[in-house]
Structures are given as structure tokens and as C-alpha cells.
Design a protein around this ligand. Structure first.
Ligand code: AMP
Ligand code: ZN
Length: 114
């Protein structure tokens, strides 16, 4: 989508600190980290929200989780613990309408979230 922030990052039109890329997913550091480790994992293909995802997206959504877990593990964050979060819709705080998995770690994460 031409007016999508994360499509622009995917296409190199907006810079980002990319940590992983393959044919399906892209990962980069969150510009406003909410924890010492905070990365976003997005699908290469524009997908607006988990709320509108379908069974066709099953493998892709699973891959976001596994890539997020691997990034946390390879950064030494798996032993202490990490959290993956996907906000869907305005009330949940989704501000960018391109699916993204937050991977947070590096501090004790409170529960429940706000
Ligand atoms: P959400 O509020 O769940 O939609 O998450 C959007 C996330 O994107 C927030 O954590 C922002 O800090 C992050 N973000 C916004 N713009 C950028 C950018 N240019 N590069 C990296 N992360 C960004
Ligand atoms: Zn997009």
C-alpha cells in the first residue's frame, strides 16, 4: 500500500534498523522502544490487521511468532523471558495498519498490560 508506513520501510523509502529479512517477513527495531529490547516483525505482504486476517494467513502469522522468538533467543533474551504482542484495532492501540508483532524483553514486563 502506497501510504503505509511499514510498506515504505519494507521498500526502503523510510530507513529502519533492520535485524532480519527473508521472502516472507521483515524485522526492525522499534523507533520508540518500550523495553531495552523492542523489535517489530512484519509480513512483507501488506496485511492491515489481525482482525481482518484469514486462514490463508495462518502460516505467515505463525512465522512472525517464530521469527520473533528466534530474534529474542539470538539476542540472549529468551532465558530471562520475552513477550510478543500484536495490537489489533484502535482500542488495543494499533497505530499502524500493517500487521506487526512487537517483541519486548530486557526488563520485567508487568501483567496485565494497560
Ligand atoms: P502499534 O501501536 O501496535 O500499532 O505499534 C506501532 C509501533 O511502530 C510503535 O511501537 C512505534 O513506536 C513504531 N514505529 C512507528 N514508526 C516507526 C518507524 N519509523 N520505525 C520503527 N518503528 C516505528
Ligand atoms: Zn503496509
Amino acid at each position: 500500500m502506497s501510504d503505509c508506513l511499514f510498506c515504505k520501510i519494507r521498500d526502503g523509502q523510510i530507513p529502519a534498523a533492520v535485524t532480519f529479512r527473508d521472502e516472507d517477513v521483515l524485522a526492525f527495531k522499534d523507533i520508540s522502544p518500550k523495553a531495552p529490547f523492542h523489535q517489530l516483525v512484519i509480513p512483507i505482504r501488506h496485511l492491515a490487521s489481525l482482525a481482518t486476517a484469514t486462514t490463508e494467513d495462518t502460516a505467515l502469522l505463525g512465522k512472525l511468532m517464530l521469527v520473533g522468538a528466534r530474534l529474542a533467543r539470538e539476542s540472549g533474551q529468551a532465558e530471562g523471558g520475552f513477550r510478543v504482542v500484536m495490537n489489533a484495532g484502535a482500542d488495543a492501540g494499533q497505530s499502524v495498519l500493517h500487521v506487526h508483532l512487537h517483541v519486548l524483553a530486557g526488563r520485567v514486563l508487568a501483567w496485565p498490560p494497560g
